[in-house]
Design a protein around this ligand. Structure first.
Ligand code: E4P
Length: 217
């Protein structure tokens, strides 16, 4: 399973990319708004750091505006993936942009029918938001299972990008279900590293080693 960081923050990208586990980045207007500054420059820098698919979302709400914006975003860097919201206009824009060879990530997906439609219009990625479903007492990961089944039935090539990830259990479930990608906030990636037994074990190994060296000396 590919691992993306869900961020617009350069420091987070700079800290995590050298680990060699990051395959791409997702941003959204809220994440980029938090950073301030020139969003195009931020996106360019992120692309140069990660050298992998980097989703940049349109803010137009009509199909023509989304297509125009999508074409423009794609000029920032070869790694840019145009992100469009799942609306009727977003679906039209996805069809148009993917027909001209641009990679499109259809976002704000909350149902299997939306995911089916996104695949039919050639989305490269579909982003179901699991955490926001959990927030309204609807099991978000059930949606991932349904999309995996539907896409397998028809061999759709659209990649399932699990979004709105809140904790490592989402990551584990996504991997067990065979989702293609999990996009995580940096804090969730940090949490995936942690295990108290690793820390306790390492401390003991090093202490035992030091003791043995002291005896020899
Ligand atoms: C995905 O691409 C979105 O940026 C993101 O996962 C939204 O997550 P949130 O529900 O934590 O805002």
């Amino acid at each position: 399973m590919k691992l993306f960081i869900d961020t617009g923050n350069l420091k987070e990208v700079e800290a995590l990319v050298p680990l060699g586990i990051i395959d791409g980045i997702t941003t959204n207007p809220s994440l980029l708004a938090k950073e301030g500054g020139d969003y195009r420059a931020i996106l360019k820098k992120i692309c140069q750091l990660v050298k992998g698919p980097t989703s940049a979302e349109v803010v137009a709400t009509d199909a023509e505006g989304m297509i125009r914006e999508g074409r423009d975003l794609a000029t920032i860097d070869e790694h840019i993936v145009v992100k469009v919201p799942f609306t009727r206009d977003g679906v039209k824009a996805c069809k148009a942009l993917s027909s001209e060879g641009k990679r499109v990530n259809v976002t704000l997906v909350f149902s299997p029918t939306q995911a089916l439609i996104a695949a039919k219009v050639g989305a490269t990625y579909v982003s179901p938001f699991v955490g926001r479903l959990d927030d309204i007492a609807t099991p978000g990961m059930d949606l991932i299972q349904e999309i995996v089944e539907i896409y397998e039935n028809y061999q759709f090539t659209t990649e399932i990008l699990v979004a709105s990830v809140r904790h490592p259990i989402h990551v584990v479930q996504a991997a067990r279900m065979g989702a293609d990608i999990c996009t995580c906030p940096a804090a969730v990636i940090d949490a995936c590293f942690k295990h108290p037994l690793t820390d306790i074990g390492l401390e003991k190994f090093l202490k035992d080693w030091e003791k043995a060296q002291a005896v020899k000396a």
